[in-house]
Design a binder for this molecule. Structure first.
Ligand SMILES: Nc1ncnc2c1ncn2[C@@H]1O[C@H](COP(=O)(O)OP(=O)(O)O)[C@@H](O)[C@H]1O
Ligand SMILES: [Mg+2]
Length: 368
């Protein structure tokens, strides 16, 4: 290897794979560096998958890093694809190194918040998506697991629907608006129905926790299906140190069914972090608030569950428009009333794991 080749390789250590968040030199993606005459350099990058969605971004980053080396005049980036064996090896490595959110929980594992509601349509997914973007914007590494297997909405809310990259046994989350997403919605096309049978569900949730390379997130938000069904039970069993956030509207009827979701968590010994009241009043530009869905639901639910009311999110046309356009309002209009309310909730969430529930888990620790 010539000196120039060595220097270019060293410079490429500053390039991260956009999805794996590791230097490409660590991931075995720099297949070859060849320095020709007059400062011409050719870099061969082995992609994890031929349809790599990040190809152009990688090309630009590799080019810029190589050009930063003095003596380099011209850079050609070529792409090849890893062999099945290389992919499997990389997947195994990633799986053992990090990414597990349950199992051998260790210091540095994420805080997990499961967002629940009594019924659909109260804005549970909207709340989840916007809390995630707010936490990411505050500098946290954030994952969202869309566990609403019958009505996955994260692909729509984040405006992304491409299939996740799978490396050996590890699935890479899809990144959008700074958040790492995993959803059953990524594995089906359009409005194809999702048919799940009981045992498959538990397995799917388990896989999402174990086999997704979450990459050491600070916080993982889980969008639970509405109600108190099997998926919620599976998830809360698998991650007993999750904390539940219950979303309700101010309406008495919604608040009553939401209470069941809160009680389910309590029965399983899961902590309820608090209640978010969504659609509380219509905020119009005239400064008036109209209580379209009534009022008081959040307060009375929080009181019934003995937990804090984390915030009230007003009905906001901008939020709905952004959601329909596939951009969380936290990213498109961070200053609008609903986004401000949601950010306050996000920033009030503790990001350390509760110690209390760790005691109940079998940790592979021995006294020293
Ligand atoms: N605060 C709000 N203001 C305006 N529209 C909202 C608000 N919260 C949710 N929505 C809209 O209500 C609908 C249902 O929200 P969604 O998050 O999908 O509910 P859930 O996940 O509980 O079924 C969506 O169209 C969403 O854009
Ligand atoms: Mg939903």
């Amino acid at each position: 290897m010539s000196d120039l080749e060595r220097e270019v390789r060293a410079a490429l250590a500053s390039v991260e794979d956009p999805e794996l968040h590791r230097p490409i030199t660590d991931l075995g993606m720099v297949a070859d560096v060849h320095a020709g005459r007059r400062g011409r350099v050719r870099v061969d990058i082995a992609l994890t998958t031929s349809g790599c969605p990040m190809r152009e971004r990688l090309r630009a980053d590799v080019e810029a890093a190589a050009r930063s080396v003095s003596g380099v005049r011209d850079v050609a980036v070529e792409f090849s694809t890893m062999s099945a064996r290389q992919r499997a090896e990389l997947g195994d490595r990633l799986r053992t190194e990090s990414g597990k959110v349950r199992g051998a929980l260790s210091i540095g594992s994420p805080a997990i918040y499961a967002v629940a509601s009594g019924k659909g349509g109260v804005g549970k997914s909207t709340v989840t998506a916007n809390l995630a973007v707010a936490l990411a914007r505050a500098g946290n590494k954030v994952g969202v697991l869309d566990a609403d297997v019958w009505g996955p909405s994260m692909p729509l809310l984040f405006g992304t629907s491409r299939a996740p990259v799978v490396l050996g046994g590890a699935m890479m989350p899809v990144e959008a608006h700074g958040v790492r997403l995993m959803s059953t919605g990524f594995f089906v096309e359009g409005t194809q129905p999702l048919v799940w049978r009981g045992p498959m569900l538990h397995k799917a949730i388990q896989q999402f926790l174990d086999d997704v390379h979450w990459g050491d997130p600070d916080v993982l938000l889980v969008d639970l299906p509405p109600g108190t069904g099997d998926v919620s039970l599976s998830l809360l069993e698998l991650v007993p140190d999750a904390r539940v956030i219950v979303v309700t509207t101010p309406q008495t009827a919604a608040r009553q069914v939401a209470e069941r979701a809160g009680r389910m968590a309590a029965d399983l010994g899961i902590a309820v972090a608090g209640v978010v009241e969504n659609m509380s009043g219509f905020a119009c530009d005239c400064g008036r608030h109209a209580p379209i869905f009534g009022s008081g639901g959040g307060d009375s639910l929080a009181e019934a569950l003995g937990v804090p009311l984390l915030g009230r999110v007003p009905l906001d046309e901008r939020l709905r428009e952004s959601a329909d356009a596939g951009v969380p309002v936290m990213a498109s209009h961070p200053g609008t009333v609903s986004a401000v309310a949601l950010r306050d909730v996000a920033l009030s969430l503790p990001l350390s794991r509760p110690r209390r529930s760790l005691a109940g888990m079998s940790l592979p620790l021995s006294p020293v």
